[in-house]
Design a protein around this ligand. Structure first.
Ligand code: T3D
Length: 261
């Protein structure tokens, strides 16, 4: 069985982390397969939304620690190599993908696993799932964008306490804090996430890509710069076929048929 399963149905590329016995902890092989899946999502016009989830009782427990030799006498590991080669490119690819990514968090999301979930555009979690900034338990700092996402999502007080204490945040609390979109009953998670993805896959894909671009830029822009960016991006959106279709459908009092162009 591949450690990352990929399937395309109704415009939705479902990517499932698949090493359930290790709570889907990540190794280089999985990173390679994730990279290939994201490249496919970027290149294939048939792919109009991505659904990321995990097999078994965990979503992802971050880096596979069994790959790290910390025995007495072993040379110190340069973790910047792992971040530079795997985690940072993964998060960048996810953020830059001009198509929506929905994360269905089916269970524990720990360490980089938590922050990879937070890097997605819409996060839905099973009520039994939880988020843990597990890094400080092993003497590390939150990575995979955690120090950027967390303060923006939950505020600096909560972000700092979560990073220092590595407390488990249950899905419902994560939703209350605005860390994720919502928590749903475990039995509903996959169906609800798939329905959401199918809705997105039938939407104005080009416009969605532009929405990602402006929303992400707002994290660093001044209001002035953001207004200019909105003007420029709206010019591009206004030239899309889906804008024509959306306005035509509105005038004709019918549902739009978006093609993603
Ligand atoms: O190194 C670099 O490249 C730098 C980048 C780092 C990014 C990171 O993600 S650092 C953080 C790494 N992750 C962690 O520190 C989390 C480690 N895991 C846990 O703390 C716990 O497993 C959980 C809180 C996530 C879940 O606890 P629980 O009690 O529900 O499950 P468990 O019994 O601990 O785990 C089940 C199995 O999965 C177990 O295997 P076993 O004993 O049944 O054979 C456990 O060893 C394995 N597992 C869980 N997490 C990892 C893992 N194996 C390898 N690596 C893991 N990260």
């Amino acid at each position: 069985m591949s450690p990352v399963l990929v399937s395309l149905e109704s415009g939705v590329l479902q990517v499932t982390l698949n090493r359930p016995e290790k709570l889907n902890a990540l190794n280089p092989e999985m990173h390679k397969l994730l990279r290939a899946a994201l490249l496919r999502a970027a290149e294939e016009p048939q792919v109009r939304a991505v659904l990321l989830t995990g097999a078994g009782r965990g979503f992802c427990a971050g880096q596979d620690l069994s790959e790290r030799d910390v025995s007495p006498g072993a040379a110190p590991i340069d973790l910047s190599v792992s971040l530079g080669s795997y985690y940072n490119p993964l998060v960048r690819r996810m953020r830059e993908l001009p198509k929506p990514i929905v994360c269905a968090v089916n269970g524990t999301a720990a360490g980089a696993g938590a922050n990879i979930a937070l890097a997605c555009d819409i996060v839905i979690a099973a009520r039994s799932a939880s988020f843990i900034q597990a890094f400080s338990r092993i003497g590390l700092v939150p990575d995979s964008g955690g120090t950027w996402f967390l303060p923006r999502l939950v505020g600096s007080a909560r972000a700092m306490a979560l990073a220092l204490l590595a407390d488990k945040v249950p899905a419902e609390q994560a939703a209350e804090w605005g860390m994720i979109w919502k928590a749903v009953d475990d039995a509903q998670l996959l169906q609800e996430s798939k329905s959401l993805c199918e809705k997105l896959a039938n939407g104005p894909t080009k416009g969605y890509g532009l929405i990602k671009k402006v929303m992400h830029a707002s994290g660093v822009n001044t209001l002035d710069a953001q207004l200019d960016l909105e003007r420029d991006v709206q010019r591009e959106a206004g030239r899309s076929e889906d804008y024509r279709e959306g306005v035509s459908a509105f005038k004709e009092k019918r549902a739009p048929r978006f093609t993603g162009k």
